[in-house]
Every structure is written in structure tokens, then in C-alpha cells.
Ligand binder design. Sequence first.
Ligand SMILES: [Zn+2]
Length: 167
Amino acid sequence: MTQQEKLEKVSEHFKNAYGQKIRPRLGNSMPINYMQERQTVSFILHPELKETAYAMGQIIGKGVCSEKIRGKNLSEIMDSNKPIASADGYAFEEIVEADDLHAVYRHYECADCYGIPNIGEKICVYEAGVASGMFSEALGKHCRVREMKCCANGDEYCEFLVEVGEE
Ligand SMILES: [Zn+2]
């Protein structure tokens, strides 16, 4: 099986699994420290994985999430995306500003980084990649998403900058 075939197989699986109970007895929930510890230690030991995580997030965001968000422009897309973060238990999302070319939003109690000590790193690159994939797909134009503030960098929340048309 090629890498592409494996990716397509896994993407299809998670697309179908969205909202479904994956494990019959234990369900889908587990403490977030499992994900936080693996991801954080991986990024400390292999910082180059951040770029990979962003690219992974874009694939997942395009394939899995774009069907749930709608809008004619970035501002409308941001509004339709906003409730998903808290509904999925991922974070509380606040949109700080949004126009046709850029947006700024914050995540409070982010699943990836909330509670992690200040290690001087912004680590929510996977989340930024998912947002990039979702917004790009919904808008039909490429959207770059960068994390500007992060709890693992000593900030009280994560803050993301969305730029339409930037690679
Ligand atoms: Zn963060």
C-alpha cells in the first residue's frame, strides 16, 4: 500500500467515524493528558514534526471538517465554525475580528496546550492545520493559519491568525 493509499484509507475512516462511537464499550472519551503528553514530548524532541503536524491537520481539516462549515466569506465561515470547538470539547472559541482577508480567533482551555507549563513553544500547529484545511475548503481559496499565542508559550489562551491567499 502506498503512503497516499494509506492516507486515503485513514481519512475515509475518520470521516465516517465522526460523531460515531468508535470503541463499543469505552466510547471516544479519555483524559486529554494522553494526547497532550505524546504531542508535547514529540515536538520537544523533534521540532521538525510541527511542520508535518500542520500538513496533517490540513488533510484532516479538508476531508473531515469542511462539510460542517458554511459561509460566503471568511467572517461567515468563522461564525459557523465557532460552536464546533466547544461542542467537540476542544476549546471555547472567541472570534476577535474577521474580514474578507484575515481573521483572529482565540481558544480558551485548548485541549492541546491548556495546563502545560511555559516551555517557550507554540505547539497547536495541528489545530492550525485543521483550521487551514477547513477554511480553505469552505472558502475555495487557500487560508494560512498561524498560532500567535499559546498556553505552552506562557499565554493565557491560544490565538490564531487566519490569512486568506497566503501559502
Ligand atoms: Zn496553543
